[in-house]
Design a protein around this ligand. Structure first.
Ligand code: GLN
Length: 445
């Protein structure tokens, strides 16, 4: 009840939620109260918010798109079933850029979420609703999804902890597909330890997702003792070069000093192909999106145009009316990149450069435990500032995207403030080494 009272008050200003699950949540809470909870189960009764591109049985799931405005899923995403086992309570569904395409949450078909620290600024995106809800204290944790930075960048803009796990660590079953070779679900929280506890609950192989990994899942919350003596940290010179705002660079420099004081060694390295990350990502992600979004045909789900003469009319009118501009831009770009005449020059070339980006990282992890840099080149920008300039908006992802292309785990955590806005520090570990992220993050925070 307290959670809902807080949300109703603060969300007038923030607009973080699209749907509240009040009645069901209160019933679940009453039931837990009656039956008692397993004292070993640390997440029992904890209210969490869920990004609205994760399907929730009987609870409206929109992906912030008009095409799914009234979609009531008949099944749960695997992460939701896992949270239910832990007796977590879903308080509601949070706003995002339509189909998770964007970095400011301004591409939602329904509302514009505000930054928790300054309501003239964007909360980042695409998990902007989840990040604002956590940073404002509406909830203590939320799930987001990250295809090119959508957990880490909003976490940075709101001064909280966000983790994109290794590709395959968490099942994507029931995550509305954007770019299937990069999409991952992960937690947004105020502390590193809370984050580890939630990742513990949602990780693991899933028969419903053939790309989920059979790697064993360690206890991410174990071994958080603040001792990182001897940890070898690499700072890519491309991550502090031109294009990175001076205030962000200064905060990251301070963070480097802190890590050295904690006993880590820090050295400069190079990720020479990371500069191609943004173009490679926008070709691959859009190609996969154009394929994934074919299923929204006006028949199987959601919105269907009424004034139609034939089948093609159903497709064209439903999709023209119910997809937003950014989604259409990506479908066109992706369809173009995959076409017979352009495939070799675009999609295939991007896939090849992706391999070079992966190799850059693999080389660094031969000698280092962790990569460190900023999460985003700037602090949160103003609402309306970049929305008409897609390329500027895309460049904001330059530091997060290579991590998705290589399938690595990444964390953003608060590293101070500049002009009242949080600066995000990004840590990147080798595949399936989330433990190192959590150990380093815990020592730093
Ligand atoms: N901002 C990036 C994009 O627009 C990343 C989005 C995401 O991670 N879902 O595609």
């Amino acid at each position: 009840k307290e959670t809902f009272a807080t949300i109703k008050q603060r969300d007038q200003k923030l607009a973080a939620f699209l749907t509240l699950n009040e009645q069901t949540a209160l019933e679940q809470a009453a039931l837990l109260d009656q039956n008692g909870v397993d004292p070993e189960n640390i997440l029992a009764g904890i209210p969490l918010a869920i990004k609205d591109n994760i399907v929730t049985k009987d609870l409206r799931t929109t992906a912030a798109s008009k095409i799914l405005e009234n979609f009531q899923p008949i099944y749960n995403a695997t992460v939701m079933d896992k949270l239910a086992v832990k007796q977590v309570i879903t308080v509601g569904k949070t706003n995002l850029d339509e189909f998770a395409m964007g970095g400011s949450t301004e591409n939602s078909a329904f509302k514009i979420t505000k930054n928790a620290w300054d309501q003239t600024k964007v909360p980042g995106g695409s998990s902007g609703g989840s990040a604002a809800a956590v940073a404002s204290g509406e909830v203590i944790g939320a799930l987001g999804s990250d295809t090119g930075g959508s957990i880490r960048q909003p976490a940075a803009f709101n001064g909280i902890v966000g983790v994109k796990p290794t590709y395959g660590r968490v099942s994507r079953f029931g995550l509305i597909a954007f770019a299937s070779s990069m999409d991952q679900i992960g937690p947004l929280t105020r502390t590193v330890k809370d984050n580890a506890l939630i990742l513990n609950a949602i990780s693991g192989v899933d028969p419903h997702d053939a790309t989920s990994s059979t790697q064993s899942v360690p206890d991410f919350a174990a071994g958080l003792d603040g001792d990182i003596k001897g940890m070898r940290i690499a700072v890519p010179k491309e991550y502090l070069g031109k294009g990175i705002a001076a205030d962000v660079r200064e905060a990251i420099q301070n963070a480097i000093n802190t890590f050295e004081k904690l006993g880590a060694s820090v050295a400069e390295v190079s990720l020479p192909h990371s500069k191609y990350g943004v173009p490679v990502y926008y070709i691959i992600a859009s190609s996969e999106a154009s394929s994934n979004l074919q299923r929204f045909d006006g028949i199987r789900y959601g919105y269907r145009a009424q004034d139609v003469k034939n089948l093609e009319d159903v497709y064209v009118k439903s999709r023209s009316k119910a997809f937003g501009d950014e989604v259409k831009r990506r479908i066109m770009l992706g369809t173009f990149s995959l076409s017979a005449g352009t495939y070799d020059a675009f999609f295939k070339k991007a896939a090849q450069v992706r391999t070079l980006i992966c190799r850059d990282f693999a080389k660094v992890y031969r000698d280092y435990d962790l990569i460190l840099g900023p999460t985003a080149p700037t602090t949160a920008f103003g609402i309306g500032e970049d929305i008409d300039d897609p390329v500027t908006m895309y460049m904001n992802d330059i530091l997060t995207i290579p991590v998705n292309l290589a399938g690595l785990p990444g964390m953003s955590l608060p590293a101070g403030f500049s002009n009242g806005l949080p600066v995000g520090l990004q840590l990147i570990a080798n595949q399936f080494d989330e433990q190192t992220l959590y150990r380093a993050g815990y020592a730093f925070e």
